[in-house]
Design a binder for this molecule. Structure first.
Ligand code: RB5
Length: 148
């Protein structure tokens, strides 16, 4: 898969570590910044990553900020994005199985690197379950597509 990845300065160090981890699965990483620990605003990078996913330039997206909150809110403003903020691998598995999340958000100041790797592994290796879950996701998509 092609995985778009982005962060603000608060998530920069974890993003850099996760890039290598994602590549270790054989995936291609598209790094949408930021590219240093200098100030970077999470809306810019969260929205850029969301747009890469919905335009089909990437299959899934991973975004990181200090808490994961701001960048997940920003990404979820992009029509078609379902970005899940996860703090453990169970949430990451369920956001794929139940919600068919196409983006994952993590907080560098919230989880350590080993936990973050477990979250990313679950996100990348779990497929959507379909069935009743797909019917619910379809309601979100219908609302999304009807809005301006
Ligand atoms: C940046 O200091 C911090 O506010 C940001 O990374 C994030 O935690 C916001 O939600």
């Amino acid at each position: 898969m092609k995985i778009a990845i982005a962060s603000d300065h608060g998530g920069f160090n974890l993003k850099e570590q996760l890039k290598k981890y994602v590549e270790s699965f054989g995936h291609e990483v598209i790094d949408l910044g930021c590219y240093s620990a200098d100030r970077a605003d999470y809306p810019d990078h969260g929205i850029a990553c969301g747009e890469a996913v919905v335009k089909g330039e990437a299959d899934r997206g991973i975004v990181v900020c200090g808490t994961g909150i701001g960048i997940s809110i920003a990404a979820n403003k992009v029509k078609g994005v379902r970005c899940a903020l996860c703090t453990d691998p169970v949430m990451a598995r369920l956001c794929r199985e139940h919600n068919n999340a196409n983006m994952l958000a993590i907080g560098e100041r919230i989880v350590g690197i080993e936990l973050a790797k477990g979250i990313v592994e679950a996100f990348l290796t779990t497929e959507a379950e379909g069935g009743r879950h797909a019917e619910r996701v379809a309601k979100i998509t219908a609302y999304d597509e009807a809005r301006q």
